[in-house]
Design a protein around this ligand. Structure first.
Ligand code: PRT
Ligand code: MG
Length: 221
């Protein structure tokens, strides 16, 4: 009998929802729904496995420091805020979307993004944005925002935004259009490196179950 416990860091919303079938495949069922309960620590049908509910961008931090043994984080978060020090064995192919450049409909992006041009971009992802435009030879003034990026070009804060797009409905509702692809995004399993060794017997079957359940293209990486 093992006396070890496992703590899993997840964010509410789309990642939690899309992780439920993966947890089920590993025989893990949360006893409460974080959308209904205000609790941040949620038990499961296993006395030794619990979930902690954190902001999406905080998942890597909890796992890196070992406050959670593993978690699930978007590739956007891992690229921008750093996935260093984390073992990333699986692309789960959940919470998929695309990071795109978007502008007000009718804005001549082709002309405005010639090499040597200067653009003002609002985004939650300054590092990814800087790298994208540096590769194109376009100068950018980056304005860091924490949400509602779609508003920025509508009120003259920026020429364009770099944001995540899934259905495209949010852009459309705000008179914006996607004009350039930056990177494809999906969510990954991130595992604390020490836990991988010390809790290997507990973790390995879960990682395997997630890998098989993420059949829609889930890939060991
Ligand atoms: O919301 P909060 O500020 O707490 O944090 P968060 O936005 O980082 O978390 P959350 O739960 O909203 O997203 C978690 C992860 O889901 C992200 O890190 C992405 O990897 C992934 N994901 C997948 C998305 C989307 N699709 C997505 N569409 N994250 C955000 N969006 C937003 C987008 O920013 C835009 O505002 O949804 C809007 C666009 O959606 P459509 O369908 O209208 O195109
Ligand atoms: Mg959000």
């Amino acid at each position: 009998m093992s006396e070890q416990n496992l703590t899993i860091a997840l964010s509410k919303g789309r990642i939690f929802d899309e992780t439920l079938p993966l947890l089920a495949a590993a025989g893990i069922e949360p006893v409460e729904d974080p959308e209904q309960s205000r609790k941040l620590i949620i038990g499961t049908n296993h006395a030794d496995i619990r979930l902690v509910i954190v902001r999406a961008s905080d998942v890597p931090t909890y796992v890196r420091y070992g406050a959670a043994d593993f978690g699930i984080a978007g590739r956007d978060v891992l690229i921008e805020n750093g996935g260093e020090g984390l073992y990333q064995p699986l692309d789960l192919q959940i919470a998929k979307c695309r990071m795109m450049v978007a502008v007000p409909q009718g804005f001549d992006y082709a002309a405005a993004s010639q090499p040597g041009c200067r653009l003002r971009i609002a985004t939650k992802y300054p590092d990814i944005t800087a790298e994208h435009f540096a590769a194109k030879g376009v100068h950018v003034d980056i304005i860091k925002l924490y949400g509602s990026m779609e508003l920025a070009p509508l009120v003259g804060l920026s020429d364009a935004i770099v944001d995540l797009v899934s259905t495209g409905n949010t852009l459309k509702a705000n008179g914006l259009e996607a004009v350039e692809h930056v990177v494809d995004i999906s969510s990954r399993l991130v595992v604390n490196k020490a836990a991988l060794k010390t809790k290997h017997a507990l973790l390995e079957p879960i990682i395997q179950a997630f890998g098989s359940a993420a059949k829609a293209g889930g890939a060991f990486i």
